[in-house]
Design a protein around this ligand. Structure first.
Ligand code: NDP
Length: 476
């Protein structure tokens, strides 16, 4: 018997993906550099389906039906190149190497181009949902050629999460498109988590509520338009009590957030593409700030505001205000992420359909949410939508939220609670909707010190003012 697909790299992700294939009735070849992992997998889960264990690369390749579909789930970076170099010489033209690791899309583009020359399809694939997702149905974002998707898509769609019967997997676009979209997905995830964190912080330190009470607030919100996996697990975490001390779990955890790097990549690439992902950037910076224990220790205890209370009217509506601010800021974070996807798609010629990305994020992944249906609908009704903010539904939601949003941001500033996510999102909204921006003044400054020229509102062309002379305007 031959395997329909093979997985090499059997740590948590690879093992669970292999089991997912097997559970769906696809005979799966399994291989790992350290053979014991392969043996353990078959010993523990062999009864879940048909596994074809291989101890050598040659054995592994020989056990795959053609064209071969080989999924690589190893540590991202150098190991991926090493594994490609190990297997590529054993493959034939038309075979597929699927990289399901968290690769940088630029690496994926490089690998795809080099393997294409050798006649091998390289399919950089974003996989979201962690180990549980890998086993029970992840959100899958495959790049690579349309031809490779024809051979791979049905298998991937089979093991992906389903929402309303629709698989959370679609062909994203050529070469690095899949890993690019996965990267932006992670950037949005950072923003989503930061915004939820700020909402909690406000309810706690301005609203004066205890973690258990705030858990209830999040539970209520999860029954409304904020319904999402992240809001759901937030309630769980906040309701949890530390067994050792009897204190709220959230109070015994060190307040220094970690990161693996995909959020940082999102911001780095956004800067290159000239896309203002300020909400995502603030989320990445907020994690970084939290980790600077030395700086925090040096400044702790510096003066804050005198007032630390809300009047009773403001207090009564505070939780509602925070819900509005959270929803509005979340819309902005997604608008920024989708802008980046569209900019990347234009830059690299990927023809990514933004609505399709919202569709495949509805299940399986960390940012799965009811909200994504709105985004899908927005792009469905208007495929050329310049920004999500301009969609009727979102525009109305932002308009309805703005009073609360402003109250929350100004209250936070007055009372000294940092809300970089909420305020960056509000500044983005106000920046985009402004009639005039001070960028005109900046152009004047640039022309003054560097003769960088400017354009006028009333005439075509570029102009320069002779600032150091008689301030005559000349056409540049
Ligand atoms: P790890 O990232 O911890 O990688 C361990 C696996 O890589 C092992 O199978 C290991 O083999 C193999 N490996 C490492 N170096 C080499 C090498 N030079 N040659 C051959 N094999 C090598 O495993 P995970 O399962 O956590 O993740 C796999 C991939 O999936 C990563 O790229 C990760 O970024 C990505 N990912 C992870 C998610 C998660 O939630 N963990 C979510 C989505 C994607 P050995 O047993 O021999 O050491």
């Amino acid at each position: 018997q031959q395997a329909r697909i093979g997985v090499t790299g059997l740590a948590v992700m690879g093992r669970n993906l292999a089991r997912n294939f097997a559970r769906h009735g696809h005979p799966v070849a399994v291989h790992n550099r350290t053979v014991s992992r392969t043996r353990d997998l078959v010993a523990q889960y062999g009864d879940e389906g048909v596994f074809l264990p291989a101890e050598t690369a040659e054995q592994f390749v020989a056990s795959l039906e053609r064209p071969r579909r080989l999924v690589v789930m190893v540590k991202a970076g150098q190991p991926t190149d090493e594994v490609i170099e190990e297997f590529a010489p054993l493959l034939d033209r038309g075979d597929m190497i699927v990289d399901g690791g968290n690769a940088h899309f630029a690496d994926t583009r490089r690998r795809e181009a080099s393997l294409r020359e050798r006649g091998i399809h390289f399919v950089g694939t974003g996989i979201s949902g962690g180990e549980e997702g890998a086993l029970h149905g992840p959100s899958i974002m495959p790049g690579g050629s349309a031809e490779s998707y024809a051979a791979l898509g049905p298998l991937l769609e089979d093991i992906a999460a389903k929402v309303d019967g629709v698989p959370c997997c679609t062909h994203v676009g050529p070469d690095g498109a899949g890993h690019f979209v996965k990267m932006v997905h992670n950037g949005i995830e950072y923003a989503d988590m930061q915004l939820i964190g700020e909402a909690y912080d406000l309810l706690r330190h301005v609203g004066g509520q205890k973690p258990g009470e705030i858990a209830e607030v999040f539970r209520t919100w999860n029954g409304g338009r904020l319904e999402s996996y992240l809001v759901e697990i937030t309630a769980e975490v906040l309701a949890h009590t530390d067994a050792a001390t009897g204190r709220p779990f959230v109070d015994v955890v060190q307040d220094q957030a970690e990161q693996k790097g995909t959020g940082r990549w999102t911001v780095q690439i956004a800067l290159d593409l000239g896309v203002p992902v300020s909400g995502i950037a603030e989320a990445v910076f907020a994690r970084s700030l939290s980790g600077h224990a030395d700086l925090r220790a040096a400044v702790r205890g510096m003066p804050g505001p005198g007032e630390t209370w809300l009047d009773s009217a403001a207090h009564d509506r505070f939780a509602d205000d925070v819900e509005q601010a959270l929803y509005a800021s979340k819309i902005v974070a997604y608008a920024q992420g989708f802008h980046q996807i569209q900019a990347g798609s234009a830059e690299y010629g990927w023809s990514i359909e933004p609505g399709a990305m919202a569709t495949i994020w509805r299940g399986g992944c960390i940012i799965r949410a009811r909200f994504l249906d709105r985004i899908r609908a927005a792009y469905e009704s208007r495929p050329d939508l310049p920004t999500l903010l301009a969609d009727d539904y979102f525009a109305e939601a932002l308009g309805g939220a703005q009073d609360s949003w402003r109250r929350v941001v100004s209250t936070a500033a007055q009372l000294g609670v940092p809300v970089p996510g909420f305020s960056a999102a509000l500044a983005y909204y106000d920046g985009l909707r402004a009639e005039r921006l001070p960028a005109a003044l900046i152009q004047g400054q640039r022309d003054f010190f560097g003769a960088h020229t400017y354009r006028r509102v009333d005439r075509e062309g570029s102009f320069h003012t002779m600032w150091g002379e008689d301030r005559r305007e000349v056409e540049a």
